[in-house]
Design a protein around this ligand. Structure first.
Ligand SMILES: [Zn+2]
Ligand SMILES: [Zn+2]
Length: 511
């Protein structure tokens, strides 16, 4: 997120576009209002030049919203992007429905939680990843239908468990050992995690324990004919990653809670969409969308960016409630279909060539160099980090770090959360990982005090990246079940230290 000027009002705003970005940027309330009309940027087609070159010119003159949220559905959440239906949220991204929360990444329906990623329908959670229908999941991962679980992994239907893994419908367990309620409560008091050092030791201790326990070769439940990783409640899905409620999908990732159907090559974000092809950031009541980025509530659309509540658009940008438009110009229904047919042919005859001379004919995703964001500003960088040199070789745009000086932490932060006073809210903190500055917000401080977690010494972005790193990658490897020796396909690389079991061995031992 950057500070920059709104190109409509001149006011300073927060935006995902840098201050020196060549794109025109309006604050969200202006962009989503009637104060401008996308059709005033309409262009005639020049049949002698590549169509995508003309689409790119449109991208440079059309206003873009400062943040990519469904603005009218957001309440007091001005530092969130790629979000809808949020209330009182701070620095949350790719979120559908969150309240009183901060630092969430790719979640649906989360309340009073901080530092959670890829999670759904949960409340009062912290530092957790891939949890579903959980209440009070702390530093936990891959858990469902649980209540008050601490430092745990792969639990289902459990409550009051600490440092546990692979349990089903258990309560009052510590490091997988069963205790009575009273014993558990006594034992719980022995664990210390209210200073950064204690917290780190606790996390290391559970990781050492987890390495002694078997892992299932795949994360996900209630699937039929599914391959990939982190997929649940899905059917006929291949080579896909991290979503639930999908059907007939291939090469799809991060579709949040679905449903998503009959689609191919699609990243983010689902929410009731079908027939999507070569898309990113598309979904929410969408159908038959191709070669496009950032849209919702659309159908029968190709080659567009940032269009909403529309149908039958081709090569458009920033159109809201439009129909039968090409390069933002209005056509009659008959003219539209005849012209689109002609453009598809023209795109094959005079294709777009990128700066590396790669050819993009009709039927390819928009070239990466047409993205308004650089490689290292986009989500792809979180999953496939590369150096500037590598990015340039591949033809991706790159954004150089701003030259800002970051200051040292402005106060001595007490190690133990119990000793931290309200003046922490005025402190500027320097991240011990990346050196950038960040602050603690009041709701976060109250939460940390309530559950006895220390003030984080890493900035929200570094914490988010650490959670992403804790997930298994999208790459699938061949390896053998550690119990029966059977060949399995798994995201656990053969050189990883975990004990990995096939489905039946895992079920025999665990479920
Ligand atoms: Zn940092
Ligand atoms: Zn086995």
């Amino acid at each position: 997120m950057y500070k920059r000027k709104c190109d409509f009002t001149g006011d300073m705003i927060i935006s995902t576009y840098k201050a020196d970005s060549p794109y025109k940027v309006y604050h969200q309330d202006i962009w989503h209002s009637d104060k401008w009309d996308s059709k005033q940027y309409a262009k005639d087609i020049d049949w002698s030049r590549p169509f995508l070159e003309q689409f790119n010119e449109l991208m440079f003159v059309i206003p873009h919203p400062s943040l990519a949220s469904a603005y009218s559905t957001m309440t007091r959440s001005e530092y969130c992007s790629a979000a809808s239906n949020c209330k009182d949220c701070y620095l949350c991204f790719r979120v559908s429905g969150a309240e009183d929360s901060g630092y969430l990444n790719t979640v649906v329906d989360i309340k009073q939680s901080f530092d959670c990623s890829f999670s759904n329908h949960s409340e009062l959670s912290y530092g957790s990843t891939n949890v579903n229908k959980c209440y009070q999941a702390f530093f936990s991962q891959d858990c469902a239908d649980c209540r008050t679980i601490w430092f745990s992994r792969d639990l289902v239907g459990c409550s009051d468990c600490f440092g546990c893994i692979n349990l089903r419908n258990k309560s009052y367990c510590v490091f997988n050992e069963q205790y009575t309620k009273e014993e558990y409560q006594k034992k719980f008091k022995e664990f210390q995690f209210s200073t950064p050092e204690e917290l780190e030791n606790m996390q290391n201790q559970v990781e050492v324990f987890f390495l002694t326990q078997p892992r299932r070769y795949f994360h996900g439940i209630k699937n039929v004919n599914v391959s990939g990783e982190y997929i649940s409640n899905s059917k006929n899905v291949s080579n896909s990653y991290l979503f639930s409620n999908g059907e007939d999908l291939k090469y799809c990732q991060f579709l949040k809670s679905g449903p998503s159907a009959t689609s191919y090559d699609w990243s983010f974000f689902g929410d009731k969409a079908e027939l999507m092809y070569d898309c990113c950031w598309c979904g929410w009541d969408s159908r038959n969308v191709k070669f496009s980025g950032w849209c919702y509530v659309n159908q029968d659309i190709e080659y567009y960016f940032g269009c909403h509540n529309s149908s039958n658009l081709f090569g458009c940008a920033g159109v809201r409630k439009g129909e039968y438009c090409i390069l933002n110009k209005q056509y009659s229904k008959e003219e539209y279909f005849a012209t689109v047919e002609k453009i598809r042919k023209q795109m094959n005859e005079i294709p777009y060539k990128d700066k590396l001379d790669r050819v993009y004919k009709y039927g390819e995703m928009l070239p990466a160099e047409l993205s308004p964001w650089a490689y290292n500003e986009a989500t792809v960088y979180e999953w496939f980090p590369v150096t500037k040199e590598q990015a340039v070789v591949e033809g991706f745009n790159w954004s150089d770090e701003d030259k800002r000086e970051y200051i040292d932490t402005t106060m001595q932060i007490p190690e133990n959360i119990k000793d931290v006073k309200n003046d922490i809210l005025k402190a500027i903190i320097k991240c011990t990982d990346c050196g950038k500055n960040y602050q603690i917000i009041p709701a976060e401080f109250t939460f940390l005090q309530r559950f006895n977690f220390p003030i984080p010494r890493q900035c929200p972005l570094c914490r988010d990246r650490a959670r992403i790193k804790s997930l298994n990658s999208m790459v699938i490897h061949k390896r053998n079940c550690a119990k029966c020796g059977k060949g399995i396909e798994t995201s656990y690389a053969p050189d990883r230290p975990e004990i990995v079991y096939c489905e039946s061995c895992y079920n025999n031992e665990v479920a």
